[in-house]
Design a protein around this ligand. Structure first.
Ligand code: NAP
Length: 307
């Protein structure tokens, strides 16, 4: 086995604690040797206030994972690529499409790898759904991604700021699956509901066309009770329901695939693979759809939202 890749982590917050640290602790492809965050700390390794200080003090770093909110990621990514480090970008990979294109070009110029990670694509039933849909004719599809923002994003102001994406922050997870399992699609109409006191939408209805097929996406952050993270398709081989954010696949009500998720261990496996192969993995399709929804979408002003 090759030597572990020496990695640093930046932006120590919820997703780092929930997923990155447990995944890295068990991963023999990586050795976490430093962290950079203004307030957050990781035990038992050197911690720095920002990425510049970390890169300067720990030259043996080979890679970094950038886990701060998307609006604050570009400068850090440029700094890491300039220092010839491989870069793992949390989802969404940036606040705009063109900034990520710029990072992709810089990574190629520097001879290092850029990974635009899409964790939901690694949910356990996604490959099975993709295989099923590829084997049949799809007549119509729908995406229902409805959750309670108070439960999943408490005190996250950035998510309501420009570039924080609002309900498209979870919605882009659905799009990362949809763009992997459905034919290539483009938006034909969208409605975005902005609370009167917020700069990002709390709900959105988006319609796509995909080679003669209509895909209707319904995003809502006001859902209390059971949460919905479902992609449905009417096909010649029956009705497909991919539920639980990609964890369970049922055809005509019969569960055909269900297993516990291991999205972040799989993301790091993929990152190790591309670093060892010397290639980048940057699929911008989900981000492009969000940009298009903001470009084409009609804006409604709705009731103010308070945490
Ligand atoms: P978070 O906890 O609110 O933010 C992560 C950390 O980023 C913060 O603890 C903060 O650390 C740093 N940060 C915040 N504002 C910053 C700024 N202006 N400049 C530099 N650093 C800043 O958010 P999160 O939930 O971990 O989400 C981070 C990213 O992961 C997002 O892109 C999100 O979509 C993605 N993600 C989140 C989840 C989830 O369940 N939460 C799941 C999958 C992916 P310091 O204050 O210590 O610098």
């Amino acid at each position: 086995m090759s030597q572990p890749i020496r990695i640093g982590i930046v932006g120590v917050g919820k997703i780092v604690r929930d997923q990155h640290l447990p995944a890295l602790a068990k991963d023999r492809d990586f050795q976490l040797i430093a962290a950079a965050s203004r307030h957050g700390k990781v035990d038992d390794i050197p911690n720095f206030p920002d990425i510049g200080a970390m890169l300067g003090a720990v030259p043996e770093l080979e890679a970094v994972s950038l886990c701060m909110p998307p609006q604050f990621r570009y400068d850090a990514a440029r700094m890491a690529l300039d220092a010839k480090k491989h870069v793992f970008l949390e989802k969404p990979p940036g606040a705009t499409v063109s900034e990520v294109e710029d990072l992709k070009a810089l990574a190629a110029q520097q001879g290092v790898c850029l990974f635009a990670s899409w964790h939901s694509r690694y949910a356990p039933a996604v490959e099975a759904a993709r295989g099923f849909l590829a084997s049949t004719r799809i007549k119509a599809a729908a995406i229902n991604w409805k959750e309670d923002v108070r439960r999943w994003h408490p005190n996250q102001d950035w998510i309501w700021q420009p570039g924080g994406f609002g309900v498209f922050d979870p919605g882009i997870n659905a799009l990362s699956i949809a763009t992997y399992i459905l034919p290539a699609m483009h938006i034909t109409s969208a409605t975005l509901d902005f609370p009167e006191n917020r700069a990002a939408p709390i709900a959105a209805q988006v319609t796509f066309r995909a080679s003669g097929l209509t895909v209707a996406m319904d995003l809502d952050w006001r859902q209390t009770g059971p949460q919905s993270w479902d992609i449905l398709a009417d096909t010649d081989a029956g009705q497909m329901v991919l539920s639980g954010g990609g964890t369970k696949l049922a055809i005509d009500g019969r569960v055909v695939h269900e297993e516990p998720e291991a999205e972040y261990p799989m993301l790091y496996r993929r990152f190790a693979e591309i670093v060892r192969a010397g290639v980048s993995d940057v699929d911008l399709a989900p981000l492009q759809h969000v940009a298009d929804a903001f470009m084409l979408g009609k804006r409604n002003v709705v009731e103010a939202f308070f945490d």
